[in-house]
Ligand binder design. Structure first.
Ligand SMILES: [Mg+2]
Length: 179
Protein backbone atom coordinates (compact mmCIF):
# COMPACT_ATOMS: atom_id res chain seq x y z
CA UNK A 1 0.00 0.00 0.00
CA UNK A 2 1.46 3.41 -0.91
CA UNK A 3 2.33 5.63 2.00
CA UNK A 4 -0.10 8.40 2.83
CA UNK A 5 1.09 11.94 2.24
CA UNK A 6 1.50 14.63 4.85
CA UNK A 7 1.98 18.20 3.60
CA UNK A 8 3.76 20.35 6.18
CA UNK A 9 3.84 24.15 6.13
CA UNK A 10 7.11 25.91 7.04
CA UNK A 11 6.52 29.29 8.68
CA UNK A 12 5.10 29.00 12.17
CA UNK A 13 4.91 25.21 11.83
CA UNK A 14 8.52 24.01 11.50
CA UNK A 15 10.21 27.46 11.37
CA UNK A 16 9.55 30.06 14.05
CA UNK A 17 9.04 33.51 12.53
CA UNK A 18 7.32 35.25 15.45
CA UNK A 19 10.38 35.62 17.73
CA UNK A 20 12.17 37.48 14.93
CA UNK A 21 9.12 39.68 14.34
CA UNK A 22 8.97 40.45 18.07
CA UNK A 23 12.67 41.40 18.11
CA UNK A 24 12.11 43.82 15.23
CA UNK A 25 8.96 45.20 16.88
CA UNK A 26 10.85 45.75 20.13
CA UNK A 27 13.72 47.45 18.31
CA UNK A 28 11.31 49.86 16.62
CA UNK A 29 8.91 50.50 19.51
CA UNK A 30 10.98 49.89 22.66
CA UNK A 31 8.60 47.32 24.07
CA UNK A 32 7.67 43.70 23.40
CA UNK A 33 3.97 42.93 22.81
CA UNK A 34 2.31 40.55 25.27
CA UNK A 35 0.48 37.32 24.38
CA UNK A 36 -2.79 39.13 25.26
CA UNK A 37 -2.06 41.90 22.75
CA UNK A 38 -1.22 39.30 20.12
CA UNK A 39 -4.32 37.13 20.66
CA UNK A 40 -6.11 36.76 17.32
CA UNK A 41 -3.47 38.85 15.51
CA UNK A 42 -0.09 38.81 13.84
CA UNK A 43 2.73 41.02 15.09
CA UNK A 44 2.46 43.28 12.04
CA UNK A 45 -1.25 43.93 12.74
CA UNK A 46 -0.41 45.68 16.02
CA UNK A 47 -0.09 49.47 16.10
CA UNK A 48 3.63 50.10 15.54
CA UNK A 49 4.08 46.84 13.63
CA UNK A 50 3.02 48.07 10.20
CA UNK A 51 6.57 48.08 8.74
CA UNK A 52 7.54 44.62 9.88
CA UNK A 53 6.01 42.63 7.04
CA UNK A 54 8.33 44.44 4.58
CA UNK A 55 11.26 42.65 6.24
CA UNK A 56 10.08 39.40 4.65
CA UNK A 57 11.45 40.69 1.35
CA UNK A 58 14.99 41.01 2.73
CA UNK A 59 17.52 38.42 1.55
CA UNK A 60 18.45 36.29 4.54
CA UNK A 61 15.28 36.91 6.54
CA UNK A 62 14.31 33.23 6.43
CA UNK A 63 17.89 31.91 6.66
CA UNK A 64 18.34 31.86 10.42
CA UNK A 65 14.87 31.15 11.82
CA UNK A 66 14.78 28.87 14.86
CA UNK A 67 13.35 25.38 14.39
CA UNK A 68 9.96 24.71 16.03
CA UNK A 69 10.53 22.52 19.11
CA UNK A 70 10.27 18.75 18.49
CA UNK A 71 9.53 19.18 14.76
CA UNK A 72 12.77 17.45 13.72
CA UNK A 73 12.33 14.34 15.87
CA UNK A 74 8.61 13.98 15.10
CA UNK A 75 9.05 14.44 11.35
CA UNK A 76 11.93 11.97 11.41
CA UNK A 77 9.56 9.43 13.01
CA UNK A 78 6.67 10.20 10.68
CA UNK A 79 9.02 9.90 7.73
CA UNK A 80 9.12 6.15 8.42
CA UNK A 81 5.39 5.73 7.88
CA UNK A 82 4.35 8.60 5.62
CA UNK A 83 5.56 10.58 2.63
CA UNK A 84 6.43 14.02 3.99
CA UNK A 85 6.17 17.07 1.73
CA UNK A 86 7.21 20.55 2.82
CA UNK A 87 4.66 22.90 1.30
CA UNK A 88 5.38 26.59 1.65
CA UNK A 89 3.93 29.64 -0.07
CA UNK A 90 7.26 31.18 -1.02
CA UNK A 91 6.55 33.18 -4.13
CA UNK A 92 5.44 36.48 -2.61
CA UNK A 93 8.93 36.91 -1.17
CA UNK A 94 11.24 35.82 -3.97
CA UNK A 95 14.40 36.17 -1.88
CA UNK A 96 12.96 33.57 0.49
CA UNK A 97 13.44 30.75 -2.03
CA UNK A 98 17.20 30.06 -1.57
CA UNK A 99 16.97 30.74 2.18
CA UNK A 100 14.17 28.22 2.60
CA UNK A 101 15.94 25.61 0.50
CA UNK A 102 19.17 25.94 2.51
CA UNK A 103 17.28 26.01 5.82
CA UNK A 104 15.54 22.72 4.98
CA UNK A 105 18.82 21.08 3.89
CA UNK A 106 20.42 22.14 7.16
CA UNK A 107 17.65 21.28 9.63
CA UNK A 108 15.69 18.52 7.86
CA UNK A 109 18.35 16.64 5.84
CA UNK A 110 16.23 13.45 5.83
CA UNK A 111 13.58 15.13 3.66
CA UNK A 112 14.56 14.87 0.00
CA UNK A 113 14.54 18.05 -2.13
CA UNK A 114 12.00 16.31 -4.41
CA UNK A 115 9.60 16.71 -1.50
CA UNK A 116 9.96 20.50 -1.35
CA UNK A 117 6.91 22.27 -2.77
CA UNK A 118 7.58 26.01 -3.00
CA UNK A 119 4.24 27.24 -4.24
CA UNK A 120 1.90 30.20 -4.38
CA UNK A 121 -1.68 29.11 -3.79
CA UNK A 122 -1.85 25.93 -1.70
CA UNK A 123 -5.29 24.97 -3.01
CA UNK A 124 -3.38 23.10 -5.75
CA UNK A 125 -2.00 20.67 -3.15
CA UNK A 126 -3.39 17.15 -3.03
CA UNK A 127 -2.33 15.14 0.02
CA UNK A 128 -3.93 13.16 2.83
CA UNK A 129 -3.01 15.63 5.58
CA UNK A 130 -1.98 19.28 5.73
CA UNK A 131 -0.45 20.83 8.84
CA UNK A 132 -0.69 24.63 8.60
CA UNK A 133 -1.24 27.67 10.83
CA UNK A 134 -3.35 29.49 8.24
CA UNK A 135 -7.05 28.76 8.14
CA UNK A 136 -7.32 29.90 4.51
CA UNK A 137 -5.00 27.04 3.48
CA UNK A 138 -7.05 24.48 5.38
CA UNK A 139 -10.32 25.84 4.00
CA UNK A 140 -9.39 24.83 0.43
CA UNK A 141 -7.62 21.59 1.36
CA UNK A 142 -9.48 18.38 0.44
CA UNK A 143 -7.74 16.05 2.90
CA UNK A 144 -7.59 16.21 6.68
CA UNK A 145 -6.35 19.60 7.89
CA UNK A 146 -4.52 20.09 11.19
CA UNK A 147 -4.40 23.66 12.47
CA UNK A 148 -1.07 24.43 14.14
CA UNK A 149 -1.71 26.90 16.94
CA UNK A 150 -0.44 30.44 16.43
CA UNK A 151 -1.51 33.74 17.99
CA UNK A 152 -3.57 34.69 14.93
CA UNK A 153 -5.69 31.49 14.86
CA UNK A 154 -6.51 30.98 18.56
CA UNK A 155 -10.24 31.75 18.14
CA UNK A 156 -10.66 29.34 15.23
CA UNK A 157 -12.55 26.10 15.95
CA UNK A 158 -13.40 24.51 12.59
CA UNK A 159 -10.29 22.31 12.36
CA UNK A 160 -8.45 19.77 14.48
CA UNK A 161 -6.05 21.86 16.53
CA UNK A 162 -2.49 20.83 17.39
CA UNK A 163 -0.62 22.98 19.89
CA UNK A 164 2.84 21.57 19.30
CA UNK A 165 4.72 18.76 17.56
CA UNK A 166 4.24 16.31 20.39
CA UNK A 167 0.48 16.57 19.84
CA UNK A 168 1.10 15.92 16.14
CA UNK A 169 3.03 12.77 17.05
CA UNK A 170 0.11 11.64 19.23
CA UNK A 171 -2.39 12.36 16.45
CA UNK A 172 -0.47 10.26 13.92
CA UNK A 173 0.22 7.47 16.41
CA UNK A 174 -3.55 7.08 16.60
CA UNK A 175 -3.80 7.01 12.78
CA UNK A 176 -1.15 4.27 12.56
CA UNK A 177 -2.91 2.26 15.29
CA UNK A 178 -6.15 2.29 13.34
CA UNK A 179 -4.67 1.15 10.01
MG1 LIG B 1 2.60 29.15 8.03
Amino acid sequence: MPKKRIAVDMDEVIARVVPKFLDIFEEQNNYRPTDTELHGKKVYHLPGGENIRKKLHDPGFFADLPVMPHSQEVLRNLHEHYEIYIVTAAQEFRNALPDKHDWLQKHFPFIHWKNYVFCGDKSIILADYLIDDHVFNLETFQGKGLLFSASHNLDENRFTRVNDWLEIQTFFNQQIDTH
